[in-house]
Write a protein that binds this ligand. Structure first.
Ligand code: ZN
Length: 312
């Protein structure tokens, strides 16, 4: 494998990629330019007006809404699908709202443009907004704020969110980018998504990485990995990695009782993203595991933020 880059490669992350490829293969990978409303692309189902999720057809269900495969609040203004009916679109929006709540302070600080093509405002004790000249205004600075010449550290508390819904919205993104051919292998995952009652045996969780805000990239990427046939180790069948701006989220598709995987390690590989491969950022990331199994609203999660000026 050869990689062309304009930064020194992090060899460790590169070797992680090789290890990953021994047990998993990419089944779908998409990369879109953020805020690119001029190059619209529609992922199409094999049959016109049939919903991938509830399996219903027009005219029993309608397809009037524009269904974004990756939520608009992550900067996706171009990639939509034609296989999500209006009922399912509405059902999924409840999950997406919780992902948006969780990510809100981060999306504000990284200037990720929302549905209205604006940087969202954040207000939860601390108030952050960006004005028309891209200048940030922060009110009610937290007590724990530490600042030096070109760097500030502080903690933000996310808005309250429902962890299980955050997980569901991530899996829904994964199911939306899988090809029409590949989706046939995901009936159980779709049934789980469409019902709030189905059991999973491994506690849902995501690995969340924050790279420096100054190293933000303008591509949104989502990759779905499938376990290779010959693998005997107890590892999830499907892994998902989603990256945008200076963030990377990794999770695994739900593991069901029939899979008989009680000893399963949910994160057999930490999947390197483009920013992981940059050796200059090797010691510059913040990483944490966030459990997503509770189905009641939890109070804000504390996230440590470090903002450095881009100039050296
Ligand atoms: Zn539907």
């Amino acid at each position: 494998m050869k990689i062309k880059s304009n930064f020194p490669i992090n060899e460790e992350a590169f070797s992680d990629l090789q290890k990953l490829s021994e047990e998993y293969e990419i089944i779908n990978s998409i990369e879109i330019q953020e805020n690119d409303s001029n190059n619209k692309k529609v992922l199409k189902g094999s049959k016109e007006k049939e919903c991938r999720f509830c399996k219903k057809h027009f005219p029993e269900v309608n397809f009037r809404n524009v269904s974004h495969t990756i939520p608009e609040f992550l900067g996706n203004k171009s990639l939509t699908s034609n296989f999500e009916c209006d009922n399912c679109n509405k059902y999924f929006s409840a999950f997406e709202n919780e992902l948006a709540n969780f990510l809100l302070p981060l999306n504000t600080l990284s200037s990720t443009k929302n549905k209205k093509n604006k940087t969202p405002k954040f207000k939860n004790k601390l108030e952050i907004h960006q004005d028309d000249k891209n200048v940030f205004h922060i009110k009610n600075f937290p007590d724990d704020l530490v600042s030096s010449n070109n760097e500030i550290d502080f903690t933000v508390e996310t808005a309250s969110y429902i962890p299980e819904y955050v997980y569901r919205s991530l899996i829904k993104i994964g199911l939306s980018v899988i090809s029409e051919e590949g989706i046939k292998n995901y009936n159980e995952t779709i049934e789980w998504l469409m019902s709030l009652e189905e059991n999973v045996i491994i506690r849902p969780c995501m690995a969340f990485t924050i790279f420096p805000f100054s190293s933000s990239i303008d591509k949104i990427r989502c990759v779905v990995f499938d376990r290779k046939f010959n693998v005997t180790r107890q590892i999830p069948k499907t892994l998902l990695v989603l990256s945008y701006k200076n963030f990377a989220i990794q999770t695994f598709f739900p593991v069901f009782p029939f899979e008989d995987c009680t000893e399963l390690s949910p994160f057999p590989h930490l999947i390197p993203t483009a920013l992981d491969l940059n050796n200059n950022l090797k010691n510059e990331k913040n990483y944490g595991l966030i459990y997503l199994d509770e189905n009641v609203r939890v109070k804000g999660k504390k996230i440590e933020i470090n903002i450095k000026s881009a100039e050296e």
